[in-house]
Structures are given as C-alpha cells and as structure tokens.
Write a protein that binds this ligand. Sequence first.
Ligand code: ZN
Length: 257
Amino acid sequence: MSVPAGQHTVRRHNLALVLREVAGPEPLSRAGVAARTGLTRGTVSSLVEELIAAGLVAELAAERGGPGRPASPLRLDPSGPAGLGLEVGVEAVGACVVDLSGAVRAHRTTASDHRDDAPDAALARLASLAVDVMAEAALPIAGATVAIPGVIGPDGVLERAPNLPRWVDVDVGSALSERLGGLPVRAGNEADLAALAERWAGGPADAIVVSGGIGVGAGILLGGALFPGAGGRAGEIGHVVVDPDGPACHCGGRGCL
Ligand SMILES: [Zn+2]
C-alpha cells in the first residue's frame, strides 16, 4: 500500500513529539503522553509501539497503589542505539559509549603524546580504543563525534591545532570512520563540544565554557546554540595577549593567556 508523502511527514513529526515527551524529566504513561501532546490515545499507542520496535523506548512495569487503572511509565531504552564519544588530546586519547538515557556505559583513556606525532599513529590508537569500548558496552552504536583541541572549519576538517604542529588540514572524522567500518564520525572543537555538553546537561543557554589543559580554549553558547564565529574560530582565546612583556610563547608572541 502506498501512503501519500504528507502522511509520512506527519508521522515522523508525531514520532519526534512522542519521543521528546518520553525523554522529558517526568515519567509519563501512554495516556500522559496523549494528554501532553493533544494526540489521541490510539495514535500515541501506535507511535509508542513503533518507537519500542525501533529500540528507542521501553515500557516499565505498571505502578500500583494509586486510584484507577495502573499506568506503565515509558522511558528511553538504555539498551537502544548509543553514541560513541572520542577525543584526541595533546597527551592522551579517550573513548566512551553513552546510552540514550545519558549514562556512560564504557569509558577508557590512554596516555599517548601527540606533540611530535603525525596524525596516523594517534588515530590508529584512538580507533583501537574505540573498538574496545564498543565491545565493552555491547550496544548498537549509531554514530560518533570526535573532540579535537584545534580549529575545525565549516566542512568538518581540522585546519590546525596549536599544540599538535603536524596536524594540518586533517579530515579526522573521515579518517576515523574508515578505521571504524564506515561508522559516521563528526569532528568538533573540544571546548565547543564541552559547552554543548554543559547545555544538554541542564546548563545555561548563554555561557562561555573555558577549557584549560595543555592549551586554553572556549566554547560560546548564545541562546542555547553554539556560536562558531568566523571560520569556527570563536573561543580561540589561548593566544590572546594578556601581558605584552610576558614570557615568549611558541606562537611567536609574548604573554599569551
Ligand atoms: Zn601564543
């Protein structure tokens, strides 16, 4: 049976609506989702069945004790699709698996100094760590994002990383995707991703998250969205001069932050 395109769009929209309610802080039953979305209970039940079949939503056992028929609360399915988080640091690589409920299911870091390394060696170590955490978590992995301490252009390619001098114009996402059997991998600046993580964990919509390790960077949030700035360079505050007579910096300036 063919279905008009408009119906598919409406169904997708309604699936997203139901999923958003289930992901909210308050546990809701099917009836609760219907009340909050304005959809009929029959429609909500059919959408919930589809989300359960896709492994995105789980229905818990009914809670007894209250008046009326007991309701079964819905929640995001922690055994459903999970995300893989990866990081290239100056002195370490890290990998973790986070499930739909936001819980970290596996996490490992390995010391490895990349200051003098070509990217290949570090990416091979990171890919091997990723395989380890994916095996440990044993969840279906939907995709990955890799955090890098450098400037990522709008095309997702690392342009340069001040403390990784040999990492110039590297498509880190594609290189890792190839090593991970074609898993989709996106690349982002580590401070930008830290700012987004703070926001998604309930942090303020307007904020500057400063990340200080070997280098100093910042992620800027405006109205809950990341502010990339010209060419993705917003928050590159490490080489702002704070003392013109300060110590020499490897960038050629003096007194950098
Ligand atoms: Zn500098």
